[in-house]
Design a protein around this ligand. Sequence first.
Ligand code: MGD
Ligand code: MGD
Ligand code: SF4
Ligand code: MO
Length: 745
Amino acid sequence: MSIETAYRTCPLCEAGCGLAIEHDGDAVTRIRGDRDDVFSRGFLCPKGTVLGHFHDDPDRLRTPMVRVDGELQPASWEDAYQAIADGLNGVWERHGRSALAVYLGNPMAHSLDGAMYGKTLLRSLAPGAVFSASTVDQRPRELASGLLYGQSGTIPVPDLDRTDYLLLLGANPMVSNGSLATAPDWPGRIDALRARGGEFVVVDPVRTKTAEKADRHLPIVPGTDVLLLAALATALADHPTTDLKSLPSHFAGLAEVVDALSEFTPESVAERTGIDAASIRSIAASLATTEKAVVYGRIGTTVTPFGTTASWLIDVVNALAGSLDRPGGSMFSTPAAGSSTTRGARGNGRSHRLGGRSTRVDAMPVALGEHPASAMANEILTEGDGQLRAMITVGGNPVLSCPDSDRFDDALESLEFMVSLDCYVNETTRHADVILPAPSHLQKPHYDVALLTLAIRNVANYSPAILPLDDGADREWTQMTRLAAMGLGMAWDDETISAIDDEVAGRAIAAALADASAPDDGVDKAEALDVVASRTGAERLLDIAIRTGPYGDWFGARPDGLTLDELESHPHGMDFGPLEPRLPDAIRTSSGDVEFDHPDLLADLQRVAALLAEPSADMVLTGRRTLRSNNSWMHNMRVLVKGKPRCTLQVHPDDADRIGLADGAPARVTSTSGTVTAPVEVTDAIRPGVVSLPHGWGHDVEGSRLRVAAEHAGVNSNILTPADAIDPLSGTSQLTGIPVDVVPA
Ligand SMILES: Nc1nc2c(c(=O)[nH]1)N[C@H]1C(S)=C(S)[C@@H](COP(=O)(O)OP(=O)(O)OC[C@H]3O[C@@H](n4cnc5c(=O)[nH]c(N)nc54)[C@H](O)[C@@H]3O)O[C@H]1N2
Ligand SMILES: Nc1nc2c(c(=O)[nH]1)N[C@H]1C(S)=C(S)[C@@H](COP(=O)(O)OP(=O)(O)OC[C@H]3O[C@@H](n4cnc5c(=O)[nH]c(N)nc54)[C@H](O)[C@@H]3O)O[C@H]1N2
Ligand code: SF4
Ligand SMILES: [Mo]
């Protein structure tokens, strides 16, 4: 035995924990938290320990699969690519380019290959529609950032380690380990906040593990955070210590916003939100008087019909509290691989307006270049010009993660051609004609390009691959480039792939050198290409991003600057310190100011007023996450699914009594889109009038090849999610507060 220890960042969720992976050749013997990791200091969750189990999972695909006589069968890489080219060309010839759709799933947000090569794939295929998990998740937050700061990636995060007052809405970081706020060990960081005398307040219809840690828990009526936030804004504006004139001059239009919100007082929203006016006023007072205070909202605030407006109001409240862009408040990171806050310059940006393109069938908004996931089924099933007839899914399982699943499942079955880049034959990929297997996470390098732009400290960590690729296998960036070559009408042999790769690298360098952030005394493109010549593919693009990032060496022009080699020589990561104020420099609107009084957001307040007047539904459905799950796709790991079933319908005891539901007995839940039957879990942790079912289950479908998951199937909660309920600004699906009827089954 010769056991080696390799260090790598866990790619599974947004926390990005450092792992110490002990392995004997191909065999992983143990995974621990890396105590020397500069960010996670040894923290990890049960999922982080299973990367070896995943690698060894016999159901994980090692070879491409191609449909032959109706059946998915193992095939050579060559045959698989040929089948893809034939299939795509056929669809393009019959129906044109616009008949193809691409769906990008959540793991692509964590994937180095996806981050570096996704754009090349999309640009070359020029599909009629791009869908992603963003419109069942954070898109409202991105859109609000686009409108306010001029760039959708300019997302503020709570300065967790320094704040003394954290108001958290619609997030359960004790279970999710945090989202749009990259921070390993949220539990420890919340404990530290309380230990330094800070206060922690949670707004959630459920008394979650996170709420249990709070000084105060406010069980809100699902979907009404927008009202609470509006009332917090008016109460803050009223507070004697608030002086709008003392706020930075680059916060434009706050007085107009406060005026426009005037009807939303704590008293006026109390009944509708379920939170009394005195509580709202006391929170506003704490925000006003605590120097280091912050409001942070997550998925419970975005997957509602008011997601964009609520995300905007979170920043309005932070600004009024003097917390935006201040230590201990809501801040912007300075990530090593660069971001929308480090590229460009103040004053040379452009402002966003809503009301651009919309979808063919349902006229849903195409925000930030993406079609809403809620529109997918109708775009596939509705005949006419522009009908989608082929789809490529890249690391996504939309059959379990997107609305109106039963109908969407039928839609996939009706496609003329489908390709999936994935690790399994699962609920979604069983419909594919060709599946290209993703290497296991241990077989590819990792750098969390996207999530490190949302880190609560400025940190960076690069992990090379630990295990070699299987013989003849392609990494995902190569898979995507071969598909891109097909889109460009080129061959997809290695020579062409390497030529495309060179061109992509050259373009990345040219763009960086032309950027306002580039030094005047820099090298030229040819010299720069020479400097990065030792790497190819996604790693070369990462090297370019790091060299031209805020700490970068600019290909030698800043000799002490950062390179990927330098980062790689720090296996436990590099820490560039706590977040620093970034405004106004990081603003990219055309005015150069944060445009708080954006007309599209102010206009939406009419809808908010209508919500205030609308009666609550008798019973609504919300979702939840469980620690041992990761959306839909880790239920084939026995260590994660053993024990009591987790896919239960949580019901308050009063509701259970009224409806006649017993703990453990099955209940039938019906919405406008469908019906599921799930076992009841009676718990007083949930607000009366609300039931909760986790998403990502329902593994008992025909044709999937997940032997362990099938034994712990659960039900697919998204059968209950209607496709027509969205945030009309961002197109994001409503996944919480869905009216349902619950009866004993
Ligand atoms: N009702 C309800 N629905 C929800 C949510 C909710 O809260 N409630 N949450 C939503 C959210 S936040 C999200 S992000 C979405 C997730 O939605 P999706 O991204 O569609 O779903 P995942 O379950 O993450 O599926 C990931 C897929 O990628 C594959 N995979 C894993 N790793 C890799 C890899 O490295 N490479 C490749 N090529 N494939 C890989 C897996 O096998 C799986 O098929 O679900 C959303 N759906
Ligand atoms: N263990 C585990 N970790 C994960 C994932 C996973 O599936 N499992 N998924 C990852 C992904 S893709 C994401 S996006 C993140 C998400 O991370 P989080 O945003 O922390 O997501 P959740 O844990 O679902 O917590 C959302 C909370 O919102 C509450 N809620 C529902 N409706 C409302 C509402 O109307 N108002 C308010 N105020 N609260 C509401 C729910 O009760 C729930 O407690 O987690 C990531 N981490
Ligand atoms: S918290 Fe997230 S990043 Fe950390 S070990 Fe668990 S799954 Fe991996
Ligand atoms: Mo997500």
